[in-house]
Design a binder for this molecule. Structure first.
Ligand code: SF4
Length: 242
């Protein structure tokens, strides 16, 4: 596995300024900050993927949160969505701790990497189609580098699903036509002409709106994570940790 390649890719992503609206927004949020984080120095840059260079399971979200990843510099770190995701990863044995507070908190993922199709925090959590398309080559490159080991991808939400399908195709997997529709619990196998296929799973996004309303419960999330981890060749825990 070309871990140097992934490290270099992450460094290049963090320097990207290709989307003027998102560059302005991420830097404006970093300057003005939220009162609760007034003593923080915000990251204020694109947030690269987090986790192993030889991951077998890739989790794909939407984009960093303005006061989460855009503050801490790590995917799903420092916000409520991340609290839900990493708690579930910990419960099924795929993370070393149940919380993800800041980039130096010691969190390690087991067999997993977490990324997003858009690496900059967007206003109202809504990237434009043009921003999604501009950022896609980063995901294609990340997928290329992960291809030797990655065997399953879990996509959180319809936006990530739509954004990621062309990236899977760009990285060498075959995406069926018509494109498979997103739904919670969706499972599609993407073959590849020159290597192993990829198990693709859909899951409701871990957004506050979905978790507060009960559309996505901790049990549902753990179940999808376990299924995706097993498809990836990992050995998730069956019982949640206390
Ligand atoms: S969203 Fe992606 S392409 Fe746009 S500036 Fe951020 S890292 Fe670059």
């Amino acid at each position: 596995m070309d871990s140097g390649g992934l490290t270099e890719l992450d460094r290049r992503i963090a320097d990207c300024r290709a989307c003027p609206r998102l560059v302005d927004w991420r830097e404006e949020v970093a300057r003005t900050r939220r009162a609760a984080f007034a003593d923080w120095t915000y990251w204020g840059r694109p947030v690269p993927g987090f986790g192993l260079p030889d991951a077998r399971l890739l989790i794909i979200g939407l984009a960093p949160a303005a006061h989460g990843g855009n503050r801490t510099g790590r995917m799903f770190t420092g916000d409520r969505s991340g609290d839900v995701l990493y708690r579930a990863l910990y419960d099924v044995g795929l993370a070393s701790q149940p919380s993800s507070v800041h980039a130096g908190d010691g969190l390690e993922l087991h067999g997993v990497r977490v990324t997003a199709p858009v690496h900059c925090a967007p206003p109202a959590n809504k990237p434009t189609p043009a921003e999604r398309d501009t950022c896609r080559p980063w995901l294609v490159q990340e997928l290329h580098l992960l291809r030797p080991t990655v065997r399953a991808a879990l996509v959180l939400g319809a936006f990530g699903w739509q954004a990621a399908l062309p990236a899977f195709a760009g990285a060498g997997w075959t995406v069926p036509r018509p494109r498979p529709a997103f739904k919670h619990g969706a499972h599609v196998t993407l073959p590849a002409a020159d290597g192993p296929g990829l198990h693709l799973f859909g899951c409701y996004h871990v957004s506050q709106r979905n978790t507060f309303t009960g559309l996505l419960t901790p049990d549902m999330l753990r179940e999808v994570l376990r299924t995706a981890a097993e498809a990836a060749g990992l050995s998730p825990r069956n019982a949640p940790r206390k």
